[in-house]
Every structure is written in structure tokens, then in C-alpha cells.
Design a protein around this ligand. Structure first.
Ligand code: BGC
Length: 421
């Protein structure tokens, strides 16, 4: 029988591969025992193919190790399901191995084998928390049709239905296993926090939860900010503040968003999802792996009330050039350490994206993982409609997505907030 919040009264699995990478960095020992997500980012990762991203452990190896770590006590195992057909339709850095029409392979060569393996661990003390398909469904809301942000690839994934069908299949197959807790990816406030995409995204999540054999009962909750950089709480301004009668919503940073940070977004999205038909008991996760924004440049109080932009820009922790920037952000730091039940409606703060693993290469690097070169990872790029035509803010010299990026890890450590003791 499932518990309400799988993180309560449980430890969380420490991935030995990430842990060793972290421990090998100067200062990295301080966080090497933190739990991070285990990403099944290709079919080969299930068996363990000694790849640069997943190392030499397959899913079964991780689960055996998790059973050891659990020693009979409850232990959360965080598993990221990330291999949809036509993956990452609005970007190139994490394009995957399956073409847009390969739903069948997704189901039979990816989800089915994962479900078969997980079923063998259904009677252990593990609580398997899945994160279902990062950056998929929100793309079908914001990056399609006649919007300036549309891409032909996202139009195709909307038209062929394979994101919705794939997510539905994953929810149904994995949700049939007693100790699996499915959390669907829900983007972040800087993506679907606006009137014209917030409600529509929740509606699409509900559609996917009723597709291809799934029911809303297969959904235990949602995860916000996965692998993103949006601040947890912006303490120096709030959405209802005004400067001389002008709302902070009118500042260029907030740009009419209804939210300023992830905690307020995640709590409001939870309410919206419940009002659209999800169970009142659903819980939210927030990925705080890289949204700390500490270090010497962190504002210590509100900005000046000279005008609304000065007020917001002077006070905000999130130092990105634009909230649409997502690749290897310069100035970022580790966020809150993983924590169970930190706030109402929030099941946990988690580190789903393993800190130190790249978001994408800063220049074209040939690889056999299907990964493309996205100029959002190039520090000299001047942007596109999805980041307000801004500079990318990416660190230079980054390797292909998922590969270890020592310089980024060092910066995340240095700019951690709360700081590393
Ligand atoms: C990459 C994956 C990797 C994951 C975690 C993604 O951006 O595409 O290959 O497993 O990040 O680092």
C-alpha cells in the first residue's frame, strides 16, 4: 500500500556513480552523500552500457544497491524516465535516440523492460519515485501553433500525439507496480506560469493521465523545476508588490507572469491540478539542485523603489539574463539540500538533476547519443523568442548534456545557498 508522502520516514538513494564524481572534485566530499536522480536517458541505460552519462550500472544494479542501502527500512529510489519519441522538441541539446514516430519502440523497448525490472523489487522496502518525462508536455502548450516560440518539431509531437500517448503508457505501466510513485514533470514558473499556459498545461497533464491506459490514480504528484534554475523563494519582492502604482508583474523580469518563484508556483499548480480532476492528495516535488543563487552577488535586501525594474532586478536572487535561459547557467549555485515535506503541498525538495552534469555542449561535439548542439548552451548566442532574444548566460567549454562538467560543479559549490558548511 502506498503512503501519502513517500519521502516521510524514508532515506533517499545515493547514486554511487554521481557520488564518486562529486567526491573526486575539490570540496565535493561535502555533498557527495546527497541523493540525486538516476536517469534512464536511453534504452542502453537499462542494462548499463558504460556510457559517459550513466556509467557501468544498469537499473538492476542500482536497485540491488538501493536494497543494500535500505537495509530493510523505507528508502526512496528516484528514477527519471526520459526517452520519449522526438525528445526535447524545442531544443537540441537533449534530443534522444527515438525518432518522433517511434512510440512503439518507446513502449516495448524502453517502458516495458523498466516495468519488468521494477516489478521484481515490488516486495522490497523501496519506494520508487519516478519523474515522468522532463520537458515534454509543456512544450505542447507553449511551443506550438502560431506562437512566436513554436518549433516544427513540437508541432509534430502535438499532431502525432506521441508525447501524450507515451506519458500515458509510462504512467499506466509503472503505476501498476505497488511501490511506484509517479510524479509527472510540470516545467517551472518561468515556463508555464502565465495565464495563457498555466491552466492549459494542467488540462494537458490531465489528458495524458487519461491516455493509453492511464488513469489519474496512476499519478502521485508532479515535479517542478527539474534541471532548471528558477529560485525557490524570491524573498525581496512578491507578485502583489507595486512600485508607484506599477505592479511587479509589469517589470521586464516578471513580464506578466503570475508567479515570481517555484514554491508559490508549485503550490498554486497543485490547487489547479486538483480543481481539474486530480486527487486532492497529490504532492509536489521541487528540484532544488541548482537554484540556490548564493555567493557574493546575492542581494541582501529589496532593490530601490525608483522604478519597478530597479526594484525587481535589485532584489532578485535568480541572476539569469532571462528566465527562459536553461543551459549551464553562469552564477548558479546548489539550492536547498534534499528535504522531506518542507512546506504544505510539497512532498520534498529533491536533487533530480545531478549537479555537475552538463545541460548541453557549448559548441558542436560529435556523439552517438543523439544529442545535438543547441546554441542556448553557447555563451556567445544572442537568443530566440523562447528566451526573449537574450544572451544565453551559459558557461563556456561545456561537454555534451549529461557528461561531467567540473567547472560547473565548482561554481555550484561556490555559489551554494544555503552555503556549504
Ligand atoms: C541529458 C541526459 C542526462 C541528464 C542528467 C540530460 O540533460 O540529456 O543524458 O542523463 O541530463 O544529467
Amino acid at each position: 500500500e502506498r503512503v501519502d508522502n513517500p519521502y516521510v520516514g524514508a532515506d533517499v538513494y545515493v547514486n554511487p556513480i554521481w557520488s564518486a564524481n562529486a567526491a573526486a572534485e575539490p570540496g565535493g566530499e561535502a555533498i557527495a552523500d546527497q541523493p540525486t536522480g538516476v536517469w534512464m536517458d536511453r534504452i542502453g541505460a537499462i542494462e548499463g552500457n558504460d556510457s559517459p552519462t550513466t556509467g557501468n550500472m544498469g537499473l538492476r544494479d542500482h536497485l540491488d544497491e538501493a536494497v543494500d542501502q535500505a537495509a530493510g527500512q523505507p528508502l526512496v529510489f528516484q528514477l527519471v524516465i526520459y526517452n520519449l519519441p522526438g525528445r526535447d522538441c524545442a531544443a537540441l541539446a537533449s534530443n534522444g535516440e527515438l525518432g518522433p514516430e517511434e512510440l512503439d519502440r518507446y513502449q516495448t523497448e524502453y517502458i516495458d523492460p523498466i516495468a519488468d525490472i521494477l516489478a521484481d523489487y515490488a516486495d522490497t522496502s523501496l519506494r520508487v519515485v519516478t519523474t515522468i518525462e522532463i520537458d515534454s508536455l509543456p512544450n505542447l502548450v507553449t511551443n506550438v501553433g502560431d506562437r512566436a516560440t513554436a518549433t516544427p518539431e513540437c508541432d509534430q509531437m502535438l499532431a502525432n500525439g506521441n508525447y501524450v500517448q507515451g506519458v500515458g503508457y509510462a504512467l499506466a505501466e509503472l503505476g501498476a507496480i505497488d511501490n511506484v510513485y509517479n510524479y509527472v514533470d510540470a516545467g517551472h514558473h518561468g515556463w508555464i506560469g502565465w495565464e495563457d499556459n498555466f491552466t492549459a498545461s494542467a488540462a494537458l497533464f490531465y489528458e495524458a493521465a487519461n491516455a493509453n491506459g492511464a488513469t489519474p490514480d496512476d499519478v502521485h504528484g508532479f515535479i517542478a523545476n527539474t534541471a532548471n534554475y528558477s529560485a525557490l523563494v524570491e524573498e525581496n519582492f512578491s507578485i502583489t508588490d507595486q512600485v508607484d502604482g506599477t505592479s511587479v508583474r509589469e517589470s521586464s523580469w516578471v513580464d506578466w507572469n503570475n508567479f515570481t518563484d517555484e514554491l508559490s508556483f508549485a503550490q498554486a499548480l497543485r490547487q489547479e491540478l486538483v480543481s481539474q480532476g486530480f486527487d486532492a492528495g497529490i504532492g509536489m516535488l521541487i528540484d532544488t539542485s541548482r537554484n540556490g543563487w548564493g555567493g557574493p552577488d546575492r542581494p541582501t535586501g529589496p532593490g530601490p523603489r525608483t522604478d519597478v525594474d530597479a526594484y525587481v532586478d535589485g532584489g532578485r536572487y535568480d541572476q539569469r539574463i532571462n528566465p527562459g535561459n536553461w543551459c549551464n547557467q553562469s552564477g548558479a549555485g546548489l539550492g536547498e539540500r534534499p528535504t522531506a515535506a518542507p512546506e504544505p503541498g510539497i512532498d520534498a525538495y529533491v536533487w533530480m538533476k545531478p549537479p555537475g552534469e552538463s545541460d548541453g555542449s557549448s559548441e558542436e561535439i560529435p556523439n552517438d547519443e543523439g544529442k545535438g548542439f543547441d546554441r542556448m548552451c553557447d555563451p556567445t548566442y544572442e537568443g530566440n523568442p523562447r528566451n526573449g532574444e537574450s544572451m544565453s548566460g551559459a558557461l563556456p567549454n561545456a561537454p555534451v548534456s549529461g557528461h561531467w562538467f567540473s567547472a560547473q560543479f565548482q561554481e555550484l559549490l561556490a555559489n551554494a545557498h544555503p552555503p556549504i558548511q
